[in-house]
Design a protein around this ligand. Structure first.
Ligand code: 6R9
Length: 663
């Protein structure tokens, strides 16, 4: 890209108008239309959602009341009295509507020759068969089934099979350890676990079933383990407990049809564990009618998915993004969803673009951390492939710094495609704040405006409304259909985490500000906001400034205790491969931040780091960085580190800090 100085988020002024091309056939085509929809959704909230629920979902029994909610208790019920089945809406409905032979899932395995295409009919058959398998193994409505699987089609099949019979799935990302799996199974008391022998990742086979064997030593609730053979890896076998997927699925009397369990709108659909800032992971509970409506609605409006599109979300199904935007949202719409087993960097840093070209992907949804990693490799990799099929780009998971935004826009979007930066959470079920691709003018680094139906506000600690540009707590003032309905087994934690601090509101735990155009700028988790001499600084803003320096690949900023300022800024900086860790550069980066944001933001300590502690989903664990910055050196100080992708980075960082500060 042109080496014009990239602005940091604080003074980002650029505005990118939505493209004209494609606008005529888009769902929402102007800001006037958005404003009208938004107003309508606030003036007649229940009418708005009832319309969406009736348009997008086929109900066995119509709902009699749209909403029965009290955000203070909290007690939230959407589409009361309605009955439906999510698998019916993702499969049977489309088969009946002429999409029988349309590709539902295109699966691209890590080896390029491993491709499987499931039409809606084929997916239906597999789902029904596996639903019958689960029933035969004693799984009933309401029972929990743990899915601990790589990105293979059997994962989507198992999810839909569970929901078809009313079982509640709890997916555990395959990158989690045996201990994490054990905790999650124990918490939800799963009866059955579905897994695979191994995971194929970057050309290697990594054992998976082994972790299940280890986890199940202390999980008395589990009586069966179904194992998919993904990699022909050697596995230990416990007779009577372990069963091969392929053997169960070829049983001669197994039927490729299975009635759908009629589910109440508020029956639980799935549990997904998410880590809080403290304590053990919370089992976020989503329910049937509201979640499905919300996943389908947001997929349709935010990505503007068309019947002929190939839609690709690169998340892992083990995270909420994969649940809502690989499986439930796209399939509820009858779209074609691409499911990719591989990683962005293998066999080369052009893998994503090669897959885009191969399947003529139209809509592409990924995370800023991926963009920054690929950016570091150089734009030449993007030029090896024809990306002209792309129409809409998306981003999720963390604020996207303007430099990554511009790189994405220019190199992947050819300087013209809209980027929808989607803010949401495991708890929200679906996207809450995002541009609509053919309506919203974009500001790099801003998630733009709340979707219609979403009453997002910024409040001060005392609950009063913040002024434009004043940072505060991001809250949602009305219920929305996709919101979580509980923390599994812990109603007190459900209430105290989300509904207690600001009565009548859902508290997201993120800090944000709204500018004078009504655009939302997410500043990161509130625990990541640093208060320097009474000035509130978003770590994301400082990071964004650092990353806009040409030598910097990635940066993470945390607060450290400071006798005079209260908190001071500690920055961890990973340089690009061609930059050297010199004192000159350290000084230059401090000056750079000072120049980009102001003297107040200049890091007190700036440590060069080869790697940052990240979860396997790519989120930087700032908790650990804060501890190191605060002087912790003993491993027992760091709490649960089992979700770290590379635990070795901790000791490297501690050593680096000692070299730098002498203690
Ligand atoms: C979907 C997902 C939720 C947290 C959320 C926020 C951060 C997600 C973001 C974003 C800024 C965006 N986050 N999307 N921050 N801009 N577009 O990631 O869910 O894993 O539960 O994480 O991620 O801090 O609170 P989850």
């Amino acid at each position: 890209m042109s080496q014009a100085r990239i602005e940091s988020m604080m003074d980002e002024k650029r505005l990118f108008e939505p493209p004209m091309e494609g606008r005529n056939s888009a769902r929402v085509t102007s800001m006037e239309e958005y404003e009208a929809l938004y107003r309508r959704s606030m003036d007649d909230n229940e009418g708005f959602w009832a319309e969406r629920a009736n348009e997008l979902v086929e109900w066995f029994t119509p709902f009699t009341k749209v909403l029965d909610a009290d955000m203070e208790t909290p007690s939230i019920k959407w589409f009361v009295g309605g009955q439906l089945n999510v698998a019916y809406n993702c499969l049977d409905k489309h088969i009946a509507n002429g999409r029988r032979n349309k590709a539902a899932i295109i699966w691209q395995g890590e080896p390029d020759e491993d491709v499987k295409v499931y039409t809606y009919q084929m997916l239906y058959d597999e789902v029904c068969k596996f639903a019958n398998v689960l029933k035969a193994q004693g799984v009933h409505k309401g029972d929990r089934v743990a899915l601990y699987m790589p990105m293979i089609p059997e994962l989507a099949i198992a999810m839909l099979a569970c929901v078809r019979i009313g079982a509640v799935h709890s997916i555990v990302f395959a990158g989690f350890s045996a201990v994490s799996l054990q905790n999650r199974i124990q918490d939800c008391e799963a009866k059955v676990v579905v897994t695979s022998d191994a995971v194929i990742r970057a050309g290697r086979s990594i054992p998976l079933k082994k972790n299940v064997d280890e986890a199940l030593r202390l999980c008395p609730s589990v009586h069966k383990v179904v194992v998919v053979n993904r990699a022909n890896a050697a596995v230990e076998w416990q007779e009577g407990r372990d069963l091969w997927w392929h053997e169960l699925m070829k049983a001669p009397d197994l039927k490729a049809s299975c009635p759908c369990e009629p589910m109440d709108s508020e029956d639980p659909l799935f549990i997904l564990y998410t880590s809080g800032s403290t304590g053990k992971p919370k089992g976020v509970v989503h329910t049937t009618g509201g979640y499905l409506t919300y996943a389908a609605h947001t997929t349709q409006w935010v990505f503007d998915v068309k019947d002929s599109d190939v839609y690709w979300c690169t998340a892992d199904v083990g995270w909420i993004t994969g649940h809502s935007y690989i499986v439930y949202g796209p399939l509820a719409l009858g779209a074609t969803s691409l499911m990719f087993e591989g990683v962005p960097s293998y066999p080369g840093p052009d893998r994503f673009w090669q897959v885009v070209e191969k399947f003529r992907v139209n809509i592409f949804y990924t995370a800023p951390t991926v963009i920054r990693a690929l950016m570091r490799e150089g734009a030449e990799w993007t030029q090896k492939h024809d990306l002209s099929s792309l129409r809409v780009l998306g981003s999720v998971g963390e604020p996207i710094n303007p430099e990554a935004w511009m790189w994405y826009h220019e190199n992947i979007g050819g300087g013209k495609l809209p980027i929808v930066d989607t803010w949401w959470q495991t708890e929200t079920g679906g996207i809450m704040i995002s541009a609509l691709p053919y309506a919203t003018p974009l500001k790099p680094g801003s998630a733009t405006r709340p979707l219609p139906g979403v009453d997002a506000r910024i409040v001060r600690p005392d609950g009063t409304d913040a002024e434009p540009n004043e940072g505060g707590h991001l809250v949602i003032r009305r219920p929305w259909p996709g919101m979580l309905r509980g923390v599994f087994g812990d109603p007190a934690r459900y209430k105290s985490t989300y509904f207690e601090r600001f009565p009548g509101c859902y508290e997201a735990g993120d800090g944000a500000r709204v500018d004078s155009d009504g655009y939302f700028w997410i500043m990161g988790r509130l625990d990541d906001v640093i208060n320097v001499s009474g000035h509130r600084m978003g770590t994301a803003e400082i990071e964004s400034a650092l990353v806009s320096h040409p030598a910097v690949a990635e940066a993470a900023v945390v607060g450290m205790p400071h006798a005079i300022k209260g908190e001071a800024i500690y920055a961890y900086v990973t340089l690009n491969a061609d930059a050297d860790e010199t004192e000159e550069l350290r000084a230059e980066l401090r000056t750079w931040v000072r120049k980009e944001i102001g003297p107040i933001a200049s890091p007190e300590v700036l440590q060069f780091a080869d790697g940052l502690p990240k979860t396997r989903s790519g989120k930087i664990m700032r908790r650990i960085l804060r501890k190191i910055a605060g002087g912790s050196t003993s491993t027992s100080d760091f709490g649960d580190t089992s979700t770290l992708a590379d635990p070795g980075v901790i000791s490297d960082l501690i050593e680096g800090k000692m070299d730098l500060t002498g203690r």
